[in-house]
Design a protein around this ligand. Sequence first.
Ligand code: HEM
Length: 53
Amino acid sequence: MKTSGTTYDLRLFPKNDRVRFNDSVINGKGSMPAWGNKLTVEEVNNIYEYVIH
Ligand code: HEM
């Protein structure tokens, strides 16, 4: 797996799983903190669009 450190490589994230993406980003997952109090749903959706393209 290509990675620049200890963080998850988003290039490997499944491109058809917006629900999981939003849930993981808003609520946190494993060692990643939750971003829901910092990002709006619209911002998370925009990041998702960027990541899958
Ligand atoms: C807004 C910025 C970020 C976005 C959009 C983002 C997005 C994601 C996504 C989609 C996953 C995959 C979750 C899953 O498997 O369902 C993930 C995992 C992870 N992220 Fe982030 N991330 C962000 C910032 C960060 C930062 C700053 C860190 C480090 C402090 C971090 C650390 C991690 C780690 C360690 C995982 C693996 C979690 C696990 O499965 O144990 N992320 N991230």
